[in-house]
Write a protein that binds this ligand. Structure first.
Ligand SMILES: NC(=O)c1ccc[n+]([C@@H]2O[C@H](COP(=O)([O-])OP(=O)(O)OC[C@H]3O[C@@H](n4cnc5c(N)ncnc54)[C@H](O)[C@@H]3O)[C@@H](O)[C@H]2O)c1
Length: 262
């Protein structure tokens, strides 16, 4: 019974991007489920504050996901502290919107570095630290499943995250390490308030979502929990969309959406 109520009791979890929306909701849910959680980010103030609120089983450490030495330091510290890494959630990220022709090389490289190199380094850290098995959940995106005009750099990185996830799942399965990806649609967090994202008409965008609303960080965190814990024990190498039905296909406009159009 305890396993069902607290599927992560005794598990040592590292969450990147834990000062943010999805990573933060995941850290909070996992702590509530009995895990020891290392919250990591580059936003130290928010991360420290969240870890303090979560109590003694939560720790904040600075970890820039693009920096190999930061990964080594935090994973080694977990080992020394008697909390060897068993679950990794790679949630760090930021968005950037621009047509390809107007995307600078520096912007393109930044997206690849943050999402793809960051995920690569996390997978390497997990592969070396999870000597007795474990789980990794990477965060791709609906935009890593459906190509989206204006999101070339972000989308290329997120398509790549899914590829890396599947390769890692194949290579690590026999060592008892499962690796899966979550692909959120539009979730209400800071990331969607970056310049050019916020400029979009949220209302008209929401009308394209079959469920007619954006998702919440908690709704993504619950799916991450499923993939991280024992309830998904025979699942590896998948992409799980959390998108209100957007990728299912094209939705015929409802009558009220087209009223007054002619
Ligand atoms: N919110 C959405 O609609 C949405 C949709 C699809 C995918 N995603 C993905 O979900 C993940 C989490 O996004 P979110 O919505 O919680 O955004 P968020 O902005 O709330 O959180 C992202 C966090 O990543 C941190 N971060 C940025 N650069 C970092 C670095 N180099 N090293 C470590 N941390 C860094 C930020 O400080 C922030 O706390 C991202 O990978 C994002 O691409 C989000």
């Amino acid at each position: 019974m305890d396993d069902i109520a607290e599927p992560l009791r005794g598990m040592n979890v590292l969450v990147t991007g834990a000062s943010g929306g999805i990573g933060g909701a995941t850290a909070e849910l996992f702590a509530a489920k009995g895990a020891t959680v290392y919250l990591t980010d580059v936003d130290d103030a928010a991360g420290q504050d969240r870890a303090r609120r979560l109590g003694p089983s939560a720790h904040y450490r600075r970890l820039d996901v693009t920096d190999e030495s930061d990964w080594r330091a935090v994973v080694s510290e977990m080992e020394w502290a008697g909390h060897p890494l068993r679950v990794l959630v790679n949630s760090a990220g930021t968005a950037m919107k621009a047509p390809l022709a107007q995307t600078t090389l520096a912007q393109f490289r930044r997206m690849i570095d943050l999402h793809l190199v960051g995920t690569f380094l996390g997978l390497q850290a997990a592969a070396s630290a999870m000597t007795t098995g474990g789980t990794v959940v990477t965060i791709s995106s609906l935009r890593g499943v459906l190509a989206t005009a204006g999101l070339g750099a972000y989308g290329a990185a997120k398509f790549g995250v899914r590829a890396l996830t599947k390769v890692a799942a194949l290579e690590l399965a026999e060592r008892g390490i499962r690796v899966n990806s979550v692909c959120p649609g539009s979730i209400d967090t800071e990331i969607t308030s970056v310049p050019d994202f916020a400029a979009d008409d949220v209302g008209s965008y929401v009308r394209t979502i079959p469920m007619q609303r954006r998702g919440t960080p908690d709704e993504v965190a619950k799916v991450i929990l499923f993939l991280a814990g024992a309830d998904s024990s025979y699942v590896t190498g998948i992409d799980l969309l959390v998108d209100g039905g957007t990728a299912a296909g094209v939705r015929t406009p409802r009558k009220q959406d087209t009223e007054g159009m002619r």
